[in-house]
Write a protein that binds this ligand. Structure first.
Ligand code: NDP
Length: 322
């Protein structure tokens, strides 16, 4: 099966690696060509495409994994765009954590060219991608899912058909809204407890054996905050984008979702303050600065943390089901 993969970012590259072997024939394209060059050096069975159109030419399945649906939409048109290369009968799966409205627009535009579309955002983080155990949440027609399933299977542990086009995006956004809320409120609880005289390690030990626990309290805070490692695996900018999508979906559905709307504002503020490269868990440092206490450390916080190279490498050892 000929597959094109576009977007060799933090999670895209380890996903694409599973397709760089038989029975697949893989073509890759990345905006920054150096990343695609490095990919084909490490995966010689893959071909480096010169443009999105070149990647799509002859492909039975095209997969994209870009920051937002807008970057995917922007790759469709023009002489070098995906549509110029896609043949009628090809199938498209967008693994971006996208937004439902743009996905529906992309699906309609591709349908005019005889190309099927599913939104297929993933969960499981960089580690899940490396291990080929991602959960893929798919929006689109059942037959359209079947056409891309063999390619998705290469990096998935679980594939769930969620509904029509946009359903995967909506579910992914809500999942990540819950993640953002957990990161923010776990930081709130721990800064308060530290100031009230309860050490964060003791607090997490109890919470993780009690009803307030979450993946954030069980994995993210012990591995990243208590250790002060703050590895950069999933950018806060992307979590900000995800919860903003969730808040939009709630508004579209006319459901008052005050905690989600407020946390979306807080994530936007944290993103603005900490910058494009900060990891999502670094949002806890905003609470530490407000409370005047670092979680798990007996001192007043320094300025928001900048990860060192050693800490970036430490990410490889961490579990991160995002
Ligand atoms: P990164 O920021 O690491 O990578 C983004 C990728 O998109 C890069 O290949 C980048 O190219 C490319 N890109 C950015 N802007 C454009 C553009 N205008 N045109 C073409 N290509 C562009 O993101 P991730 O890999 O972390 O995330 C990708 C998607 O997966 C996001 O939607 C994210 O929310 C989702 N996701 C990420 C997870 C994670 O753990 N990282 C977990 C689950 C979902 P270039 O190299 O040139 O910058």
């Amino acid at each position: 099966m000929r597959v094109a993969f576009l977007g060799l970012g933090a999670i895209g590259a380890p996903m694409a690696r599973h397709l760089a072997r038989a029975p697949f024939e893989l073509a890759v394209w990345n905006r920054t060509a150096a990343k695609a060059e490095a990919f084909v050096r490490d995966n010689p069975a893959a071909r480096m495409a010169s443009s999105p159109a070149d990647a799509a030419r002859g492909a039975a399945v095209v997969i994209t994994c870009l920051p937002t649906s807008h970057e995917v939409e922007a790759l469709l048109g023009g002489p070098d765009g995906l549509i110029a290369g896609l043949g009628r009968g090809a199938a498209f799966a967008d693994c971006t954590s996208g937004d439902p409205a743009t996905s529906r627009r992309i699906a309609a535009r591709l349908a005019e060219h005889g190309v099927s579309f599913v939104d297929a955002p993933v969960s499981g983080g960089v580690i899940g991608a490396e291990q080929g155990k991602l959960t893929v949440m798919v929006g689109g027609g059942a037959a359209d899912l079947e056409r891309v399933r063999p390619a998705l299977d290469a990096f998935a542990g679980k594939i769930v058909h969620c509904g029509e086009v946009g359903a995967g995006d909506a579910l992914k956004a809500m999942n990540n809204a819950l993640l953002a809320i957990h990161v923010w409120t776990t930081a709130e609880a721990l800064v308060v407890l530290e100031k009230a005289g309860v050490k964060a390690a003791v607090a997490l030990d109890v919470i993780n054996a009690s009803s307030g626990r979450s993946n954030t309290s069980m994995n993210l805070f012990p591995e990243r905050v208590l250790t002060r490692a703050f590895p950069r695996t999933f950018r806060l900018a992307l979590l900000d984008k995800d919860i903003a999508i969730a808040a939009d979906v709630a508004r579209e559905q006319r459901v008052p979702a005050p905690v989600m709307q407020l946390t979306a504002e807080l994530m936007r503020m944290a993103h603005q303050q900490l910058g494009e490269e900060a990891d999502h868990v670094e949002a806890a440092q905003i609470l530490e600065a407000w409370g005047g206490r670092q979680i798990g450390v007996d001192r007043v916080p320094a300025a928001p943390h900048e990860s060192t190279d050693a800490e970036l490498r430490a990410e490889q050892t961490l579990e991160q089901p995002l």
